[in-house]
Design a protein around this ligand. Structure first.
Ligand code: UN1
Length: 497
């Protein structure tokens, strides 16, 4: 077991109150991954002050020079991919191939954002008046508070950190208390890559004491938050009063619609991946499966058979299909929803119980669950469970299927399986979510396009990804007019008036 510290102004420092918590391997709870600081408000104050101090010099470092450091960090991540992937699996439980995927997504974003250092484009446009030109340039906001979840403990921090930094901001990073070790590994990589002191600061601890205090700190200029709706909406209200930009990514209740003409051999692995990949603990996980009448019975029985065959276990073992839930609360929440579904009258076709055979009793494992006979208004169909639980519903055809997809307060990721080109094209238009997949799972976003949800899943603009998703949020547009006529020229005012 290790112990990690906060990273403030380029130094690894103890929390001022000397308090530590434990990060535990959810597959084997006797395995303590690390002890991490339960920081005090004064630690946040110091981290914000360090980020403020570092801001002017970092802003003035040309973006291509900033990029060189980010490239170096990407290369270190690439070299350390195996070890990092294992750490992800050990600390938060996803299977090792997905642990590696987490790191790959981080590497992809790191290279992309390093490349942005040589673009960072604005506009130049002709002016109405002679001897005058105009351009827009991107400038940083200042200090960002970056609050990240545990389900992508390296990738999501990289989405936020690398984008904030390439734009010339400095940052204070507050990771989830379920993945502090992975956060510290990432910060070490940036340190090794030569990031100047204070540009990125790491403060660990509880959401209320550290996260909320950080986001509303007077020394912070912008916030990016990924987590629950309740916390995100409370932060957004405070951010509005404080006049600071906030990007939020807050979950989903994603649906897959399978029409009668679909290739069911393609759809089945897509549903299994979306429903039970990362043990259902992705914002993009599908938890509502909508089947057109003609394929309902056939697909449902194949889905149940395949679900029952999935092997639970430690994600580091080759044969494991599904890892544990993140912690006791996560497990209990998923189990509670099984009871809620049954009380509502839904029919549980498989799973839904804690798995405790042999070594599984050492972790937070749950047999993946499939519910049928559900109605659209049921809580298991409307509320985010964040676990391996799917609800399957029939529909009469395309129109009803799309209505069911859209009948949700969330709108992150949706998918349709069909071989009808007209339905596929109409679905692009008709589905009300930030990500739409055609003949593919709800999982599979790539970093060069924006990632973000509609409705209660997001805050109106994507949290990351590409130029529109990332750079547009972490930079401000400044417009510069230059008049080289040597006389007063008045825009919009006629010369002879
Ligand atoms: C998340 O679920 O929080 O498309 C992020 C995907 C991943 C990103 C998921 N590339 O599922």
């Amino acid at each position: 077991m290790t112990r990690i510290n906060n990273f403030i102004a380029g130094e690894w420092v103890l929390p001022s109150n000397g308090e530590f918590g434990q990060s535990i391997n959810p597959a084997r709870i006797s395995d303590i991954v690390t002890r991490y600081p339960l920081s005090a408000k004064s630690d946040v104050d110091r981290a914000v002050a360090a980020a403020r101090d570092a801001f002017p010099a970092w802003r003035d470092l040309p973006a291509p020079r900033r990029a060189e450091i980010l490239y170096k960090a990407a290369e270190i991540m690439q070299r350390a991919k195996t070890e990092l992937g294992k750490s992800v699996t050990r600390e938060m439980g996803k299977v090792y191939s997905e642990g590696l995927g987490d790191i790959q997504e981080a590497i992809d974003m790191a290279y992309y954002m390093a490349g942005e250092g040589r673009r960072m484009v604005g506009e130049t446009v002709p002016c109405e008046l002679p001897h005058k030109d105009g351009k827009s340039i991107r400038v940083p906001h200042g200090v960002f508070a970056l609050i990240t979840p545990w389900n992508f403990p390296v990738a999501i921090p990289v989405w936020k950190i690398f984008t904030a930094l390439i734009c010339g901001n400095t940052a204070v990073f507050k990771p989830s208390s379920d993945s502090p070790y992975c956060a510290a590994l990432l910060v070490e990589i940036l340190e090794e890559a030569g990031l100047p002191a204070g540009v990125l600061n790491l403060v660990m601890g509880r959401g209320k004491q550290v996260g909320e205090y950080l986001a509303t700190h007077p020394g912070v200029d912008g916030i990016s938050f990924t987590g629950s709706c309740a916390v995100g909406e409370a932060l957004a209200q405070q951010a509005a009063v404080l006049h600071r930009p906030i990007a939020m990514e807050m979950g989903g209740k994603n649906a897959i619609l399978i029409l009668e003409d679909a290739d069911l051999d393609l759809a089945l692995p897509g549903v299994l991946w979306a429903a039970f990949g990362t043990t259902g603990q992705r914002c993009t996980a599908a938890s509502r499966i909508i089947l057109e009448q003609g394929v309902y019975d056939r697909f449902l029985s194949r889905l149940v058979e395949a679900t029952v065959g999935l092997r639970l276990g430690d994600g580091l073992l080759q044969e494991t299909d599904i890892g544990p839930l993140i912690n006791k609360q996560g497990l209990n929440k998923a189990l509670d929803y099984i009871s809620i579904g049954q009380e509502e009258g839904a029919e549980l076709l498989c799973g839904g119980v804690r798995a405790a055979e042999g070594s599984l009793q050492e972790g937070y494992f749950m047999q993946p669950a499939v519910f049928a006979n559900v109605r659209p208004e049921m809580r298991i169909v409307q509320e985010e469970i964040f676990g391996p639980v799917v609800a399957v519903m029939p529909c009469a055809g395309y129109e009803e299927g799309i209505n069911l997809i859209n009948q949700s307060r969330y709108g992150l990721s949706s998918s349709i399986y069909t071989n009808n080109v007209n339905y596929a094209a109409r679905a692009e238009r008709d589905i009300d979510s930030g990500l739409v997949y055609i003949n593919a799972s709800t999982i599979g976003a790539e970093i060069q396009l924006p990632f973000g949800g509609f409705k209660h899943s997001g805050s109106g603009h994507p949290e990351a990804g590409g130029r529109m998703g990332g750079i547009d949020f972490y930079s401000r547009i400044k417009v510069i007019y230059r008049d080289f006529s040597g006389r007063l020229q008045k825009a919009q005012i006629a010369e002879d008036s």
